[in-house]
Design a protein around this ligand. Sequence first.
Ligand code: SF4
Ligand code: MSK
Length: 675
Amino acid sequence: MAEATKAPAKAPKLADPMEASIDVATQEMIRRAQQLQIETVFDRAVTMKPCAIGMQGICCKNCAMGPCRLPLPKDGIQGEDTRKGLCGATANTIAARNFIRMIAGGAAAHSDHGRGVAETFLSVARKETEDYTIKDPAKLRAIAPYYGVETTVEADGETLDRDIDEIALAVAESAIAEWGKNGGELLYLDRAPKPLQEKWEAMGVKPRAIDREIVEIMHRTHMGVDQDYKNLMKQGARASLADGWGGSMIGTDLQDVMFGTPSPLQSEANLGIMKEDHVNIIVHGHEPLLSEMIVAASQSQEMLDYAKEKGAKGIQLGGICCTANEILQRHGVPPAGTYLQQELAIITGACDAMVVDVQCVFQNLANVAKCFHTKLITTHPIAKMEQENVIHIEFDEHYAMQDAKRIVKMAIDNFQERGAEIMIPRHKTKQIAGFGVESIQYHLGGTFRGDYYTLNDNIINGRIRGIAGVVGCNNARTKHNDAHIKIIKELIKNDVIVLTTGCSAIAAGMEGLLTPEAAGVHCGPGLAEVCETVGIPPVLHLGSCVDNSRILLAATEVVKAGGLGDDISDLPAAGSAPEWMSEKAISIGQYFVSSGVYTVFGYHMPVEGAPVFKDYLYKDMEKMYGGKWDCEADPIKHAHKMIAHIDKKRAALGIDKARERVLMDMADRQALGME
Ligand code: SF4
Ligand code: MSK
């Protein structure tokens, strides 16, 4: 072929920024990456298609006779489903095994995080470290009874407060035992409403020890063990409860004890929080153990002076993913973005160090960092990267501040190494974060009754139609943040108050939904009235992925406050993970379902290839736990499925009529000072 007639080399297919994200900063940075010819997850999502059989949950590779793939017949299943793997495993068995292995992965990730926190807390209690202390002794006293630890002592006929260090040591030892104790059940199960505990007892799903439930999943799903999807799911439910009411809840509580229980504070969100004239350090991952110290180190006069010496005006700390949420809710450190923005933070050219710990960290960060001056630092012994440009500084809680200062200094030293290729998008949004069980009680609770009375009252009278938990990841197979924002807006428009965590919370912050002012713009009249009266946003940021345990406890408080049934499953409430991608999301989804919550996932669920198993999750589970799974990719339909469920629960409670009245009730508005 003559040179002139040769087809030009095919340009790689690239993501369309407008199709990839609803966020302008993200769109700008995708364009920027493409100009610089740096590939990102958005481009890879265009060039690599997912496996259709894997997506449906019906590929088994649990032994070397496989992988066995069981595609659905084109015209669906007519009559008996005869599909089977070499060993005879049915589609139900394969999908259930895959599903509960995801639960095991998710529960392990959350719970290992919790274990790390508990071990650090034990070091604090033993006075082996000076860098961490007990910042919230009241919370420690509040949780101690669940661990069987006395908080008072009798002396000379008087009841006195027990020494806080003694309580700390006893709680730490009891907490750590939860991972591997022999016999008994997890102690925190006692915090759930009694009818729920009875359901778990009847179903035989009360977790015994956290590690045990995860190991048992790996055993049961080994080739030739458990081959009954119902029995497999029983263990899935048990392991998920060991996560939500175990590893995650212990992690959240002990983090609050050591680092402080969050209370509402103001901050900002999105890539625009990075500053060209500052040293920018981005922390990313999940565990706050090191990032807490990095916050302290970067605020220390020593480091600030050093940064100025090197020509910077200061140190700007920012976060990605749940490490971001942890330091946001306790210190107001702004998130630079969600899961899908991690590469983009480096592509600004102004990221002097990205410090990562565990979970949700792209290995491609190393390839992107190579194109810039950015120091990419791994810090956790279980999470390293093979690329040579990655620096590993192993974090040791006994020398926490020393490690943190070393990292901050490395970032400062790197400030002068920046190239000319700097582009920080200007977009950032104001937000209020840092809500929790305690602060909801403070803002929406009764002054005299000290519980969730006011919240319940507003649900009963219909101003608040119901409660939704909207949580979870981004997924590069769906438009970044689109489903999160559409679903949340549709819910609050219909007077449903939203509790949010994880990347969903960051997305809501970026969209300006975490401000009290959002109520007047986006809410239905009832919810707007409550938010404006109390001065809270209609979407409450409750923290990170492990903090979904806060939602379980908030729901329990609502039950306790009365008037809305006896169990979480009676509440006009629903859960959602619009853009999920992580195994942790499946574990969270299952512990919500097993705790009585109707839970809708977006995008897809890996069960479509096993219709009987799917029905078991989407229908039959409700009879067992009061909660069930559902999936809806369309955000508006997704929100309305949740609202329909909320209305169903309102009708069952006999409070559906109250809502119709309240929206026209002028006297009530006047009583609230709104007219
Ligand atoms: Fe195939 Fe059975 Fe082996 Fe799975 S366990 S790969 S279905 S033979
Ligand atoms: S970080 S698990 S992408 S929420 Fe918790 Fe975000 Fe999902 Fe990771």
